[in-house]
Structures are given as C-alpha cells and as structure tokens.
Design a protein around this ligand. Structure first.
Ligand code: F1P
Length: 347
C-alpha cells in the first residue's frame, strides 16, 4: 500500500519539488513583491491557517534573525476576530498571506479586511485561486500537491520565505546553502525512511514533539502531521517547558520527538534523556550526533550538514511528515484520507 499512498510519494519527492521552486526563486522580482515594504520600514506579519500558520511562524523567525527586525506570525482568525489585539496599527504592517490552496475562507477574509483598509500585502500560494487575484504582489510556487495534508507545499513555501529574507539582506551565503538542501536531504530519505517506518509500528498513546527557537514552529508542524495523518493525539512544547508539568504524561506508552538545535543541544538532550529514563520512547533529530544524543534517543536522525542551522528548518520537518504517515498506515488508516479533514477549510 505504501508505494501507492500519494502523501508518502509526495514526501519522498520533496527534493525535486524544491529544485523546481529554487529555479523560480532565482528569478524573483523583488521590486514587484516587496518594493518599498522593506522590513526596516514595515513590520512583516505572516498570516495563515493550520500548517500555513506554522509556516508563518517559521518565516517570522527567519525574517527576525536575518533582518534584525521583529517579524510576527498570526493565525488568520485572530485578525478577523480580534483585530485591535493582533494588528493594532495595520498601516505600519506588511502582511504576508500564506495559503497552499489560496481558497481558505479565513485567509480570503483577511485579504478583504486589508483591502478595505488600503493595506498592501503579499500573497504566497501554490494553487493560486482567489488569493492570487487579491493583490498585485503574488509569489506562486510550482507545487502541485494532491495530498490533503500539506508536505512539499509547507517546505517549499518556507524555503521561499527564507530565500526572500536572504535576498532582501543580500545574504549570499544563506542563499547558496538553501541551494544545497535538495542534494543533502535526498540521501537521508533513503537512509532513514525505513527506520522511521519500522519505529512507527510501536504502539504509542501520547506523542509530544519538542523544539525551541525557530524549531518550535517545526515541532508544531510535526505534531500536526502526526495528528492529521494518523488520527493520534500529539502535542508540541518548547523543549525545556516540557519539564514544567507536561512530563506528567510520560510512561512507557509515550513517544517524545526532540528537534535538537545546535545552540541548545546540551540542555535539550538532557530533557530527552530524562523522558527516556521515565519510560518514553524517543526520537532525536539533530544535525551532528554526539554521544549524549545517542544516549538520549532510541532512534536518531542525523542531518550531517555543514549548512547554517537556520537553513536546515526544512530538513528537520521531513521526518515528522514521514513518521505521521507511517503511524497512520500502522494503525490501518490511509494518510491520503485523513479523518474529518478536507484539503481546504471553508465556511
Ligand atoms: C490550510 C489548511 C491545512 C490543513 C488542511 C486544511 O490550507 O489548514 O494546513 O492541512 O488541509 O487547510 P491552506 O490555506 O494553506 O490551503
């Protein structure tokens, strides 16, 4: 069945999807997309729903770090329901509306909200649809994803926002490292795919995904993938926060997935090890494995990259996408047809 599951095929096909997107990104028209809306003059506010909201958070983290100007992320519904709280001075903001489908009602309603107030915004999408006609500033990527859940669309749109941030500040090294992603992740898929599939046969009840810094939104997305693709309940936390209460859920039916950063590796691995000692099964995703990482993890995914940590966000999420699908398959579910979920949410 696995070979015929579209979602799994699309996850494995991501390096090629990224290559196609990078070809488009190299020809970006910055004047059209950004013009005078530079991060030094306007606060960039990334907006989306579901996976596109976590993508918004990862994009905001990237913009903040690369430009040195605070960028924010909001679920579209917050702007609709609580505009005075979420967007108190919209005229000084540059919203970036993110939607794979370009058809999600909440995002389209935010586009209307902004247009009514004369606020310029950028649209980031794959399918295009109404969102692509709502503004002259449109970045549409060549990703044709059939799956209900977002996989290659998430990684490609995140890569696009990282590319845009690096272009705006002229960070050539960052751009060159993004270019290396397809070649560095491809062999890892062959190496770790089967191990994750085998690990997913274990019967878990509680899943917690941990990450800090720019890896926190990636942890959020990994948990969402596990929920969507396998109808299992998964939560996400800042890694060190997990010790302040949530660890009460840990026993031998729990799984903890740690996305280990370079800056916080020592403390984050301590948390993972503690959860393993309390009985949890553990997976660590880390760039360079250390003896501590081996002790803390039942399954270790090592990215082995010489790229800067921020360019590796996309490389961290792939394993959660695969794992979610494999857990779904192990439970006898079809990840192509997630329970209660449609490809686009409208109201
Ligand atoms: C957003 C989204 C997806 C989710 C599901 C429903 O879609 O919430 O994240 O997996 O498919 O829609 P979009 O606005 O990016 O098209």
């Amino acid at each position: 069945m696995i070979a015929t599951v579209k979602t799994v095929q699309e996850i494995y096909g991501q390096p090629d999807t990224w290559r196609a997107c990078l070809r488009v990104l190299r020809r970006l028209d910055l004047q059209l997309l950004v013009g005078d809306r530079q991060p030094s003059e306007f606060q960039w506010v990334f907006v989306g729903c579901g996976t596109s909201y976590y993508l918004a958070q990862a994009a905001a983290a990237t913009f903040t770090i690369l430009t040195g100007k605070l960028a924010r992320a909001l679920p579209a519904s917050e702007i609709l329901l609580f505009p005075e709280l979420s967007l108190p001075s919209p005229e000084s903001a540059f919203p970036v509306l993110i939607s794979r489908s370009g058809h999600t009602s909440e995002v389209l309603a935010v586009a209307d909200f902004l247009k009514e107030r004369g606020i310029d915004f950028l649209a980031l999408t794959c399918d295009g649809n109404e969102l692509a006609t709502s503004t002259r500033r449109v970045l549409q990527l060549p990703v044709r994803e059939e799956s209900t859940v977002m996989t290659g669309s998430f990684t490609s749109m995140l890569m696009a926002m990282q590319f845009l941030a690096a272009r705006l500040v002229g960070n050539e090294q960052f751009l060159a490292e993004l270019d290396q992603l397809p070649a560095s992740v491809e062999p890892l898929l062959a190496k770790y795919g089967e191990q994750l599939e085998k690990f997913a046969q274990r019967p878990f009840e509680d899943v917690a995904v941990l990450g800090q810094g720019a890896l926190y939104p990636i942890a959020s997305e990994v948990a969402l993938k596990v929920m969507e693709s396998s109808s299992s309940y998964a939560q996400y936390f800042h890694t060190l926060e997990f010790r302040h209460g949530p660890k009460s859920i840990i026993d031998d039916r729990a799984l903890v997935i740690g996305l280990i950063s370079e800056a916080g590796a020592e403390q984050e691995l301590k948390v993972l090890r503690e959860m393993k000692e309390l009985g949890a099964s553990t997976i660590a995703i880390i760039n360079r494995a250390t003896p501590e990482a081996h002790k803390a993890a039942d399954l270790l995914v090592e990215l082995s990259s010489s790229q800067a940590p921020l360019t590796l966000l996309v490389a961290y999420v792939v394993w959660g996408q695969l794992f979610g699908s494999y857990v779904g398959l192990a439970k006898g579910l079809n990840p192509d047809e997630p329970t209660n979920l449609t490809r686009v949410v409208t109201f």
